[in-house]
Design a binder for this molecule. Sequence first.
Ligand code: ADP
Length: 325
Amino acid sequence: MPALLKAEGLVKHYDVETGGFLRRSRVPLRAVDGVDLEIQPGETLGLVGESGCGKSTLGRVLIRLVPATAGYVEFDGADVLRLDPRALREVRRGMQIVFQDPFGALNPRMSVEETVMEPLLIHGARRSAETHAEVGRMLEMVGLPDSARHRFPHEFSGGQRQRVGIARALILRPKLVVLDEPVSALDVSVQAQIVNLLSDLQGELGLTYLFIAHDLGVVKHISTRVAVMYLGKVVEIGEKRALYAAPKHPYTQALLASVPVTHPSRRKRGGQARLAGDIPTALAPPSGCRFHTRCPHVMDVCRTEEPAMRAAGPDHQAACHLLPA
Ligand code: ADP
């Protein structure tokens, strides 16, 4: 089956100003720096990495919420980055986003009904008995009572607000939903409820997800495959079970080692390196392998040569010099 979404050589550099008053200059911040990936229809691709490594930018560039600097994105057969505005509007219906902070993302002066209905109106529907009913269907799907439609975001808990955000994203019946840290701002007790809801909705509506999280633990159950990002690059991507059981990139290994282990029988795993130090700045990424400044296995070649993606198993690849070429 052809991929629903395909990215090739995708780049997003933000033009930022650095330096003081006299030495001010503009330099590119390499938020996304050459990403290839594919998302298959019906799957969930988990996208993980530390804060600041470019996940959110990648998610937004893929659906053209943020313009790309270079590269190619294909969604459902359309050349997303080169569509004219009219064609883009049509394609946009098919790709929606759920944001991390449900409160920040929702207009506090709009009722739930207005919030959930708005995408329909933007895409040309007239307010009618049908749009009213559609809002009711969406609220029911996300587990909110119909009476919620007349209330305002501040009257809800974080989890309920995220349900509103999900209803708004789904009302156009998209094929692909970018979930940008959809549970990171929620209490741990509520996170599982929202992940379960997303999982149920995926089954009911045949959705495809790009699920962004900074923690490998959050995406473990819902993902089909997982991509690990470091400083603007995907450094490992693979089928979920293989990636968790036998991570190949030292960065993935370190991320996994820092996932809190809740099950007592698995608490003493050890042997894996914890992540030391901070992520380097995307204004001047390290030479060679970008992870070499923090890698416990660093070799000379890592400082000078950027590793290409190498096969690490069936449906599993990593960009590391430790893997056989
Ligand atoms: P993540 O989602 O992994 O936390 P982001 O995509 O938010 O990462 O950010 C990647 C890098 O791009 C960071 O260095 C961040 O500071 C920078 N960045 C994000 N948005 C902007 C922007 N609008 N202008 C300039 N730099 C930005």
